[in-house]
Design a protein around this ligand. Structure first.
Ligand code: HEM
Length: 408
């Protein structure tokens, strides 16, 4: 490995190569040293992994603990006020994305039945209905409109609310708080306040479900006597957060990316059967859930480097998905590419539980949007679109769009 690559101080985040490409420093680092030391803002040294093979290997290796990563919310080093961790963080009940086996296994197992490919296929028709209804509403508005507000956020929120049995009327609570929660530089006390507001609400909800179960995933879980209210609340929090912010940003950023690649957009419109591959490629190309944390529980060899026991390790899924050793011309969006094998849903035991659901939502979403709005275009210059570089899930804050005609 080259020892000459400069060790970065802090995680390079600036999208200086364009809204869809990895930061230049990340690309350079991946070429020079795909498993690289990184100096964290508090001065301690950890690691940053950017090469595809190394990221995949790391995610498959449970000696890299997940108890460093409060779900998709990054604690400890990006949160001002958080002390440096010298051992795995304490577990938050129910938040199994940040647990290791056997705790992770015990909780995830209770949910696998609810998210099988078969169960999701059965839901497909209903998800299409939800999507089309939302598009009906958008079509009634006078453009320009914000696509995030009118389409990309409501569709996954409606779907996950219905699946979990969370009243959609209460979305203000979880949309506002989860957005606050995902701001990178949010001081710890504000993050905790947002977390507190969401979990207070969800604890009451799961208690009601335990008393009077209905026909939804949280009720099914509440029927398990061996899950505590704290665990049920943590699971509800994880599913709700993971279930709407990620897909919403894929729909909005994906639309932006397609509008910026008009020839591919035209092809997709002409041949909608290209959509499943296009969705995989958009997942790879955009990697909206980019940064994840792990913690080395022993000395581990990775990519020719030794990661010392106790090190914090950051993986960049975006960097891995743009690795030219795995994907030809990785910085090019190519809807004909067979992009399966991308790491955008993670890999190993924590691989995304909701991936089939997310795929169905994205296929229904892009299909409906492109069909119903054949003249869709940006309502502002592309370089004025507000990118979510300040958030833990990448995407756009708003996407003003316009059109001249709609179709059924
Ligand atoms: C885990 C991405 C949609 C629920 C993950 C992980 C990634 C990811 C990268 C792995 C985290 C890790 O290894 O630490 C995405 C993306 C989505 C999406 C990009 C949308 C395009 C969803 C949806 C749900 C969901 C719709 C709905 C329930 C979860 C859960 C986990 C997870 C529960 C934790 C799994 C575990 O720890 O065993 N997701 N996700 N995700 N995702 Fe998703």
């Amino acid at each position: 490995m080259s020892e000459t690559a400069a060790i970065p101080h802090g995680l390079p985040m600036e999208r200086d190569a364009g809204p869809f490409d990895p930061p230049r420093q990340i690309t350079r680092l991946r070429e020079a040293r795909p498993v690289s030391p990184l100096v964290f803002p508090d001065g301690h040294q950890g690691w940053l992994v950017t090469g595809y093979d190394a990221v995949r290997q790391l995610l498959a290796d449970t000696r890299f603990s997940s108890r460093q990563d409060l779900g998709i919310v990054h604690v400890p080093y990006e949160t001002p006020g958080m002390p440096a961790a010298t051992e795995p963080s304490p577990q938050v009940p129910g938040l199994f994305v940040a647990m290791d086996p056997p705790d992770h296994t015990r909780l995830r197992r209770k949910l696998t039945g609810a998210f099988t490919v078969r169960r999701m296929k059965q839901l497909e028709e209903h998800i299409v209905e939800i999507t089309e209804r939302q598009l009906d509403e958008m079509a009634r508005l006078a453009p320009p409109v914000d696509l995030v507000k009118e389409f990309a956020l409501p569709v996954p929120s409606l779907v996950i609310c219905e699946l979990l049995g969370v009243p959609y009327e209460d979305r203000e609570n979880f949309q506002v708080n989860s957005a606050k929660f995902l701001v990178k530089d949010q001081p710890l006390d504000e993050k905790m306040a947002a977390y507190g507001a969401m979990t207070t609400y969800l604890a009451e909800l799961v208690m009601r479900k335990r008393a009077e179960p209905g026909e939804d995933i949280l009720s099914d879980l509440a029927r398990h006597d061996d899950l505590t209210i704290e665990e049920l609340t943590g699971i509800a929090f994880l599913l709700l957060l993971a279930g709407h912010e990620t897909t919403a940003n894929m729909l909005a950023l994906g639309t932006f990316a397609l509008l910026e690649h008009p020839e591919q957009l035209a092809e997709l419109r002409a041949a909608p059967d290209l959509l499943p591959d296009a969705v995989e490629e958009l997942m790879r190309y955009l990697s909206v859930a980019d940064i994840f944390y792990r913690y080395a529980t022993e000395d581990i060899e990775l990519g020719g480097e030794t990661i010392g026991k106790g090190s914090t390790v950051i993986v960049s899924l975006l960097a891995a998905n743009h690795d030219p050793q795995r994907f030809d011309h990785p910085d090019t969006l190519d809807i004909h590419r067979k992009a399966r094998g991308h790491l955008s849903f993670g890999h190993g035991i924590h691989q995304c539980l909701g991936q089939q659901l997310a795929r169905i939502e994205m296929r229904a979403g892009f299909d409906g949007l492109l069909r119903r709005f054949p003249t869709l275009q940006l309502a502002i210059p592309a370089d004025e679109v507000k990118l979510r570089t300040d958030m833990n899930i990448y995407g756009v804050h708003e996407l003003p769009v316009t059109w001249t005609e709609t179709a059924r």
